[in-house]
Design a protein around this ligand. Sequence first.
Ligand code: PLP
Length: 394
Amino acid sequence: MQLAARVNRIAISPTSAVLAAAEKLRAQGADLADFGPGEPDFPTPEHIQRAAIRALEQGKTKYTPTPGIGALREAICKWHAAQFGSSYAVPECVVTVGGKHALFNAFCSLLEKGDEVLIPAPYWVSYPEQILYTGATVVPVKTEESDGFRLRAEQVSRAITPRTKLLIVNSPNNPSGAVVPSDEFVKIYEACRAKNIWVVTDECYSHFVYGDEKPWSLASVSGSKPNIIVIGSLSKTFAMTGWRIGYALAPEPVISAMIKVQSQSTSNPTSIAQYAALEALTGPMDTVGVMLAEYLRRRDRIVAGLRAIPGVTCVEPGGAFYVFPNFSAHLGNGIADSTALCKQLLERQHLVSVPGDAFGTPGHIRISYATSIDRIEEGLRRLEKFCSMAEAAR
Ligand code: PLP
């Protein structure tokens, strides 16, 4: 069958492929140590659920305006201003079907063949595929494990060419958990602004930062608005992955273009989910702190456990809920790469993880600690067992 070239340019999400294989095993009754999920293991807070039920009971089940209900767009602008000190108005905001959709519509609005897009590696799996779909070219910018995978302005400057159109920064990062310090982020932004390059800042994990770091947005930098596109999501911050609500904040012409794309594809995000999102952004946020404290406890346990496995190195993540340990020392001897490693971990230990190859960083695996401490202990036991058996077989 002759499919369109743009579809042949992209691949199905490798994280979904891993999760599908794990689901098959689970259906057969396997007891999985599941380090796969890219979503909080906490339920959506009750007051948010109730708002959705109220919306349903009040018959708010019809089309809404394509860019979202006015009250939600306003709430997003106000919430972002209160959390980060930004200053967006409703025409500079669009509500989307998750952050992924916001990214897709932004790329469709800005990119075309010949444009180069800088993507710091390790990167979230959807960035390169979405870029390739538009016909633009992906330019990975390698960050260093020895530097905690933090993106540096000089790495960005070195990768810029006359064709560079856009840089994506994802801090805290999926999969590494790295947080770009705000002073470095400003330097990165200045390097881009000097060359008229867009900075897309993916703030999906903004509220999950540890230690001295505080939630921070590039949009708080005065004068940055003309050069940046903020991508946000309620998925992780409010444990609302299934509701599919995200947003973009950007100069009005970009938002208008995104709304045009949206008006001819998905139309509005689900009406009921929008009312739930309105409650999330205007109601209490104490559940965010509860999740953060628990993630911190788990991070400390899992980093210590991974570092105790001979041959494994593990950067301490500054945010999000992933660790990205280096298993290179355990490759070879029948395990060609991290994809093969994850496959064997699943088959032999029923342990679910995602290969670093998918994130542009071979030799590593992504482990999500959005799971209970008990399951983390069990997973660590299985990892240790696998590594010592593999070592003995050498
Ligand atoms: N950006 C990053 C870095 C992510 O990890 C994800 C989801 O895993 C998203 C964006 C999109 O999230 P959603 O579409 O659920 O808002």
